[in-house]
Ligand binder design. Structure first.
Ligand code: PMT
Length: 321
């Protein structure tokens, strides 16, 4: 298989975005994960999830953040695994995580209790889970353990934009050997603006210096080298988030025209849990949860993943042109 091309963004990445110290170690993990699952004939999806953080100072006290709870990425990871995929989960530190996401609203200590023996003092004995607080815990734990045993999930964390960009690049390189069997599902909320390392003050910005004026540079659109150079044979899905629904589809179409990838999942911030449109060069599929679906706790990610895994299957079978 041909080596990925070097793009002009590679130079910019190296110069203006600090390279994480563990990048080679992460790449090795990703390469062996890809090899393991390629040998097993499995498709692999790289999911990005959560928001990136952009520091304002090198010794960071303050930073700008992009909004994303990580729920879309974490729940999608579970549905991809159920559909036979292995998942690299590139996620923001402490954002929602597959399987444990279901218990986030529970205070751990409220879910535990002592099982005191006959005549023993209260608050003594073995600590057990209170099944009334966590009614689904056994089912979820069983599935989590199966996934762990079969090594179907590789979690990798990022916090800053620099970490995200470098780790996405090595992920693309690690998955390039899978060709069309690799999917990129870019659900993370990525900053469009940053302060280059060379322009950043080292120490905490002082409020005694008066009102703060920031000048930020545009982050290179990473979809471009990803599609053209780093993983040219892969199936690539980007997300488009807007708050104004009237421009959503136009923006999704523009992204497809610009980057020439396979699909955009378009969503509006307020309705994202119940309505998305999967836009491809030829089609627009509206995915909607009804009141009945919501009553039955159906999640829209199940529909998104079902739509995209079917499209990925056709993509793989397509003759290489
Ligand atoms: O996590 P949740 O709370 O469940 O919310 C899910 C979500 C709303 C965050 C998710 O569904 C979503 O829409 N994610 C994409 C948000 C986003 O960054 O949109 P954007 O329009 O700014 O970027 C569009 C695409 O370009 C994204 O796929 C992004 O990965 C990509 N991008 C962005 C910036 C950049 N410099 N390079 C990129 O390639």
């Amino acid at each position: 298989m041909a080596e990925p091309r070097i793009s002009s963004i590679d130079g910019k990445l190296a110069e203006e975005f600090a390279v994480p110290s563990h990048v080679d170690e992460v790449k090795e993990k990703m390469v062996s994960f890809a090899r393991l699952h390629a040998d097993a004939g499995r498709r692999v999806v790289l999911i990005t999830s959560g928001g990136t953080k952009v520091p304002l100072e090198s010794r960071t006290v303050r930073f700008l953040d992009n909004f994303s709870s990580g729920r879309r990425g974490a729940s999608s990871a579970e549905y991809f695994i159920d559909s036979g995929y292995a998942v690299i989960f590139l996620h923001r530190h402490r954002s929602l995580y597959p399987y444990t996401r279901m218990f986030l609203s529970v205070n751990m200590l409220d879910a535990l209790q002592f099982r005191a023996g006959e005549g023993a003092p209260a608050n003594s004995g073995e600590v057990v889970v209170d099944q009334q607080v966590l009614p689904n815990i056994a089912k979820v734990l069983r599935r989590y353990n199966e996934v762990k045993e079969e090594r179907l999930l590789l979690p990798i964390e990022f916090s800053t934009l620099s970490e995200y960009l470098h780790l996405l690049k090595v992920a693309a390189q690690a998955l390039s050997s899978l060709g069309s069997k690799a999917m990129f599902y870019l659900a993370a909320a990525v900053s469009d603006f940053y302060i280059p390392a060379s322009d950043m003050p080292e120490h905490k910005i002082q409020s005694s210096d008066g009102p703060l004026q920031l000048s930020m540079k545009m982050v290179p659109k990473i979809l471009s080298p990803l599609v053209k150079d780093w993983a040219p044979q892969a199936f690539v899905i980007s997300f488009k988030l807007e708050t104004d629904s009237t421009i959503l589809i136009k923006k999704a179409r523009r992204a497809l025209d610009t980057y020439r990838h396979q699909a955009v999942v378009a969503n509006v911030l307020d309705s994202r849990r119940g309505y998305v449109v999967v836009v491809t060069p030829e089609t627009e599929a509206e995915l909607i949860l009804t009141d009945e679906d919501e009553k039955n706790e159906v999640e829209i990610e199940e529909r998104i993943v079902s739509n995209l895994t079917a499209a990925h299957k056709s993509f793989i079978m397509q003759p290489v042109g």
